[in-house]
Design a protein around this ligand. Sequence first.
Ligand SMILES: NC(=O)c1ccc[n+]([C@@H]2O[C@H](COP(=O)([O-])OP(=O)(O)OC[C@H]3O[C@@H](n4cnc5c(N)ncnc54)[C@H](OP(=O)(O)O)[C@@H]3O)[C@@H](O)[C@H]2O)c1
Length: 264
Amino acid sequence: MKIGIIGYGSMGKMLLWKFAEKGSIAKQDLYVFNKTIEKCDEAKDIAQIVSAKEIAANCDITFVCVRPADIKVVLEEIKDSVKEGTLIVSLNGSVSFESIGTVIDCQTAKVIPSLTAEIGRSQTLVCYNGKVTETKKNALKTLLSSIGDVIELPENEMGMGSELVSCMPGFIASIFDVICNSAKKHTSIPDDQIVRMVLQTMSATGDLMLQKDMTFEDVVTRVATPGGITEEGTKVVYEGFPETADLLFEKTLEKRRQTAAKNK
Ligand SMILES: NC(=O)c1ccc[n+]([C@@H]2O[C@H](COP(=O)([O-])OP(=O)(O)OC[C@H]3O[C@@H](n4cnc5c(N)ncnc54)[C@H](OP(=O)(O)O)[C@@H]3O)[C@@H](O)[C@H]2O)c1
């Protein structure tokens, strides 16, 4: 099974190196291309650096890891070279199968990995157009298992799904950045120690909930004794934060709709 990556940016680079290291894809089966081709030089020991057309002509699964505005440019470039039975994988949740199908009408999937793939803990979303065979679905799932868990969703849920796994590291980081900055105003504990204390506690809270099958409410109830100090803080969050959370999803989903409309 030959695997190709077109676009060696943040996502393409991460996938290429993970497929080589964790997916055990050998150099002769791994292909890469980027517009600024020199960027790929660092991958010369793990993959073959070739043109986009050569990737399309040789690979059984081709990942298109470019920004939404460049997806159709890449598809136009490779459309006459695509190998029979190839699975084209778009990394973008907003560009529809319908839109991709206007350029290349073949087996197509959308895959949304998360930055947490870097430590093998991606919650990778996948959806397929109606043409993808079970064999290709299984091959893709096996490949993606090398970066974490794989979750199949219908196409119309890929947008919100992306917010929950792919955008979420950014949301979580920004929320806890705000919390740490506020904490810094009230203490002489060094900044880096504050961040480490909060990060370890955040990460351990997630693991605790997953391992002990606890809900958010369970955690709040265990920590916030009625009339106690934690309850003062959790009340502030439940009273003030819902408005911010609603606004966050309104804004991101609207941006997603605009991106989809622009790249029809
Ligand atoms: N970042 C994330 O966490 C994340 C998560 C899930 C999905 N995604 C999706 O993944 C896609 C890629 O995102 P990214 O963050 O990896 O973007 P990125 O870092 O900007 O990388 C895009 C790469 O595509 C290359 N490129 C542009 N046009 C090309 C062409 N015609 N042929 C070959 N290569 C071309 C660019 O090369 P040059 O530098 O030479 O222009 C650049 O290296 C996007 O659709 C994004 O929505 C991203």
